[in-house]
Structures are given as structure tokens and as C-alpha cells.
Design a binder for this molecule. Structure first.
Ligand code: ZN
Length: 201
């Protein structure tokens, strides 16, 4: 399986990092070794002094496809969870300045924390999701704030990558990213349902 991630998909987050809002989605990938599941702890790596949490909705591909038209995109995913796109922000800033790829800052072991999957809720007012750090609310989002919708993203990325059953798409973070420290507890929800628990060690 592969992990595909979308950058700058919420205007308020692009702004907090001083980035422009892109016309087409910003895409990067993580290897399967990045996946952190079943509430496993995240071990803080020693190559960074600024690992940040990015709370994201994650959809799982349920049907193989390529060059998927937007109107059919919804047929290719049916489950959703919350995930944390752990980012070594200090390293990323260094790489960005040099115009280098982001993998060392984004694709390291454990950098794709993932919660329990549920069927995609029907939500006329968008899907709400949230993150608490040590019991304090730090990030909230709603799908209506997304620049590129799930269908846009599935259609766009499938022009470049064949999507396979089990592939995960991290769909971007809303504002409120922040530094994690050893000893922190991160918990994330979709609506009222807690789907993710992660201790930082
Ligand atoms: Zn992200």
C-alpha cells in the first residue's frame, strides 16, 4: 500500500506557514514504514527539535483505479479516519529553503499515525474533526473548509498514480499545527467518535 498526502488544502493553515494557496493540490508520499496504527506510541526521533502534529482526515481506497473522473471518484473510497501527519518542521524549512524534496521531514518512521476507520458519515454540513493535546483542544476542522474535496483529490492523484485497495490519502491539515513533546498524549475525533490515541515517547 502507499500513503499519499495533500499539502496546503486549508487556506488558514497555508497562511499560518506563510505559504501561497496553490491552484492544484500539493502532493507528497510516505512509505508504508511510516504507518503508526493501533494506538502505538510515537517515538520522538532525535534528528528534529520541532516535530509538529498535523491533524488530517484520511480516506482509504477500496477499489483499484486510474484516471478516475471526478463524478465517479466517490465509488473508490468508503471509509474514513483521522490521522496525524507528523512533520519535522525544522528539517522541512531547511529543505524548502534549498528547494529540496520533503521526504526526510515528512516520510520518516511513524510519521503517518492513523486511527480506526469508520464508514464515511453522511454530513450535510460537512464532517467535523478535532484533536486534543493533553486534554486541550488544539485543532478543529470541517470538510467544508477544504480547498480540494475528496473527489477532487482522488481524481487528481489518479492521473499520476494508480490507486490500489488499501492505499491511504491524507487530505490536509486545518490551522492549529503545533509542536509535540515527549510525554504528550494526542487524541483525535470525527464528530463525537474518538478514533485515535497516541502517546509521544
Ligand atoms: Zn499534512
Amino acid at each position: 500500500m502507499k500513503i499519499i498526502c495533500i499539502g496546503r488544502n486549508y487556506a488558514a493553515h497555508a497562511k499560518e506557514l506563510g505559504n501561497e494557496i496553490p491552484e492544484s493540490p500539493v502532493i507528497f508520499c510516505k512509505p508504508d514504514t511510516a504507518l503508526l496504527k493501533n494506538d502505538e506510541a510515537f517515538y520522538h526521533p532525535d534528528f528534529s527539535n520541532e516535530i509538529q502534529h498535523e491533524l488530517e482526515l484520511v480516506i482509504r481506497i477500496q477499489k483499484m483505479g486510474k484516471k478516475i473522473q471526478k463524478q465517479f471518484a466517490h465509488l473508490y473510497y468508503n471509509e474514513i479516519s483521522v490521522g496525524l501527519d507528523f512533520t519535522a518542521r525544522d528539517k522541512q524549512n531547511e529543505l524548502k529553503q534549498k528547494g529540496l524534496p520533503w521526504e526526510l521531514a515528512k516520510a520518516f518512521d511513524g510519521s503517518a499515525c492513523i486511527g480506526k476507520f469508520i464508514p464515511i458519515p453522511t454530513a450535510p454540513n460537512g464532517i467535523d474533526f478535532s484533536l486534543q493535546k493533553n486534554g486541550q483542544l488544539v485543532q478543529v476542522g470541517n470538510t467544508q473548509q477544504m480547498i480540494h474535496s475528496f473527489d477532487d483529490i482522488v481524481s487528481f492523484v489518479s492521473n499520476y498514480f494508480t490507486l490500489k485497495v488499501g492505499d491511504l490519502i491524507y487530505t490536509g491539515t486545518p490551522a492549529g499545527v503545533g509542536k509535540i513533546e515527549i510525554g504528550d498524549t494526542l487524541e483525535a475525533w470525527i464528530g463525537e467518535e474518538k478514533l485515535l490515541h497516541c502517546e509521544i515517547k
